[in-house]
Design a protein around this ligand. Structure first.
Ligand code: SF4
Length: 284
């Protein structure tokens, strides 16, 4: 029987990540740019950047910067982080995605309006750290186990990490509303449109009865992991891979319909390589 392969209608690199990569790869920066934090959560793109003379460091390594030009990633950073870099004499190029800037603005808006800011997201994610760093006080909620952090808070304003899953966020918003002592809640949906489109495309794949999902993207990419969860939560076999050589022929034995998708920092050529290899493996 012929095995069907369906590519998700929306997948791969989003405009925010692409713009940041284009900025970093500008020939004017060759060998003279340091990126603070992973520019994108994708190993192939990071290799390409390094090959183009871009140095990538972690936030706690700023003492080792030797270039004048420093770039903030698409995930953004707090104003204090940017000011610190400028104070150290660097020229800061800001590749923060406009939809992350929107998240920062809305979190500050809620704070200004007297809501206690709550960010639904991953405590240690660079995007969340940046948003928290721009607020006087904030609480990060990742799951139900974090709700105790709300103790004593009455008027809660909620935003979410841009890459979150909407249904999980909505469930947490309901749980926050029901938390003892919470009197009023305002939720602003800050999940970004490209992420929503990729999640919606998964729902379409699921409605077409795939029995195997291949999700391509960095293992440290939050949005790629969430795409894999969306498939796995339906009880469908799913494999999160970073590169074509991660594919195993055994996964395809007995399968009838393979769905392929990719996170927002996965380059098109990596997706194409995987698609071609899967076609070869299933004899399509
Ligand atoms: S995932 Fe969304 S918020 Fe993040 S860079 Fe892409 S478009 Fe921007």
């Amino acid at each position: 029987m012929t095995v069907r392969i369906t590519l998700a209608q929306a997948m791969g690199t989003c405009f925010g990540v692409q713009d940041a990569i284009d900025m970093a790869l500008d020939p004017a920066f060759f060998g003279a740019l340091t990126v603070v934090g992973q520019l994108v959560h994708n190993p192939q793109t990071m290799e390409r950047l390094r090959a183009n003379g871009v140095r990538v460091i972690e936030r706690d390594q700023v003492d080792t910067i030797t270039t004048e030009a420093v770039m903030i990633t698409a995930h953004g950073a707090s104003d204090a982080t940017k000011a610190d870099l400028r104070q150290r004499g660097f020229t800061v190029y800001d590749a923060t995605c406009p939809l992350v800037i929107r998240l920062h603005k809305l979190a500050r808006f809620l704070e200004r309006e007297g809501w206690f800011p709550v960010i639904i997201g991953e405590d240690n994610h660079v995007e969340v750290r940046g948003v928290v760093g721009n607020l006087k006080e904030a609480i990060v909620i990742h799951d139900l186990e974090d709700l105790h952090r709300l103790a004593g808070k009455r008027r809660i304003g909620i935003v979410t990490q841009t890459t979150n899953r909407l249904e999980l966020v909505q469930a947490l918003v309901q749980a926050i509303k029901a938390y003892p002592g919470v009197e009023e809640v305002r939720f602003i949906d800050t999940i970004c449109q490209p992420v929503k489109e990729r999640q919606q495309a998964i729902q379409t794949l699921l409605s077409e009865d795939i029995d195997l999902g291949i999700v391509i993207g960095g293992l440290n990419s939050a949005n790629t992991r969430k795409l894999a969860e969306l498939i796995g939560d339906r009880g469908i076999e799913v494999h999160h891979i970073e590169r074509v050589d991660d594919l195993h022929a055994a996964w395809f034995t007995g399968k009838q319909h393979v769905g392929i998708t990719a996170g927002t920092s996965t380059p098109q050529d990596v997706i194409q390589e995987v698609y071609t290899r899967v076609r070869g493996l299933v004899g399509a």
